[in-house]
Design a binder for this molecule. Structure first.
Ligand code: PLP
Length: 368
């Protein structure tokens, strides 16, 4: 199979990730729950992950909360920053992991900036919408179209206006710089299982404040208290942790450090260019532009789900539909049809894109 669905998860992990997870299953008990060897080994495993993440994202280890997913982190972050009825600015490209928690909270949602690949529009609309807003939540990269939002400038606008903000780094962590201290976000949420090359069931939440717990329970510390501990990271980490997943994630982070996220970004840009040129040449409607990460959506002249099934039969894994981001499709005018999304990753080769393009050539072109 040629796997081109890295936007969903990095299905191929570096071998060290699997090895570390397996070792942890044999060597680690419950972290913070005992002073014996296997519990201490688990505590060290968790500490190593926080330290590796803190180094990559420029924060302190105890600002790194280990979550079960990016969705988990976003829910904590949103509940910590947004009160029911608050006015919250979001971009026109948000995932349901942002919009649904806001909707569930009864936030007054302002969508700002709906033009793909257009930083001027994004910034003008975002600045306008920030007036009188209580908070902002925005994605770094659209999971449907690969649009890289101007988050440095958006963060600066939030800081100037004193609007707290949350960044969804689900599609950028591991390929683009994410500097927690420079951005000044209240929280940055990211999954462990996509660009960070870890296993499913892992995620990171970078926190500038203690936040509001989403889960209440044991932390292995201050057990006499009725309330959750005040300090991070325990405050936001009730319950037994996914130590094997965390051990794997540390190796994913180390692998990124070794290769360099800038190297991965450069390689992926080359792959993206090759893929876009091929798809355009085959007569599809291709969503491509400036400021694009290695994710591209396109429309063939047939139903996208059927086209994805057709490609799957030829051994190509891509994703069709709305990609849990109806807002992004509404912004791009593809809510009715969805799109076919190709998202290569750190180990995708030009040769694999050629195989994909030979298969996509069999799909009907988009009617002109
Ligand atoms: N935000 C974006 C932009 C995403 O693409 C995704 C997953 O695809 C998420 C949030 C949710 O991530 P997770 O599945 O790890 O909860």
């Amino acid at each position: 199979m040629i796997y081109l669905d890295y936007g969903a998860t990095s299905f191929h992990k570096p071998p060290a990730v699997y090895r570390a997870a397996e070792k942890a299953m044999h060597c680690c008990a419950n972290p913070g729950r005992g002073g014996y060897g296997a519990a201490m080994e688990a505590a060290k495993t968790v500490f190593d992950c926080r330290a590796a993440a803190a180094e990559l994202f420029s924060c302190e280890s105890d600002q790194v909360v280990l979550t079960a997913s990016c969705t988990h982190g976003l829910n904590i972050a949103i509940r910590s920053v947004v009160k029911p009825g608050d006015t919250v600015v979001i971009s026109g490209f948000e995932h349901n992991a942002v919009t649904r928690p806001l909707y569930a909270l009864g936030a007054d949602i302002r969508v700002a900036g709906r033009k793909l690949f257009d930083w001027d529009d994004t910034l003008t609309e975002f600045e306008r919408a920030l007036k009188g807003a209580d908070a902002a939540v925005f994605t770094h990269v659209s999971n449907v179209f690969g649009y890289i939002l101007p988050v440095g400038e958006m963060a600066a606008l939030c800081r100037q206006r004193g609007v707290p903000f949350i960044l969804d780094a689900a599609q950028s962590a591991g390929t683009l710089p994410v500097d927690f201290s420079a951005l000044g976000a209240e929280f940055i949420a990211m999954p462990g299982h996509k660009g960070l090359l870890g296993l499913p069931g892992t995620g990171l939440l970078l926190c500038s404040q203690p936040g509001k717990p989403l889960l209440f329970g044991g932390t292995g510390t201050q057990s006499i208290r009725k309330e959750m501990p005040e300090q991070l990271p325990e405050r936001l980490e009730a319950g037994t942790m996914n130590v094997p997943g965390i051990a794997g994630l540390t190796q994913g982070l180390k692998c990124l450090k070794r290769i360099g996220t800038d190297t991965i970004f450069r390689q992926e840009q080359q792959i993206l260019g090759h893929c876009v040129r091929g798809l355009v040449g085959q007569g599809f409607r291709v969503f491509a532009g400036a400021h694009q990460a290695a994710t591209v959506s396109f429309l063939p002249g047939m139903d996208c789900e059927e086209a994805a099934e057709n490609l799957a039969k030829r051994g190509i894994a891509v994703r069709a539909g709305l990609h849990c981001a109806p807002l992004a499709h509404e912004s791009a005018g593809t809510l009715e049809t969805g799109t076919l999304r190709v998202s290569p990753g750190y180990d995708t080769t030009l040769g694999q894109i050629d195989v994909f393009l030979r298969a996509s050539a069999k799909l009907p072109p988009f009617p002109s």
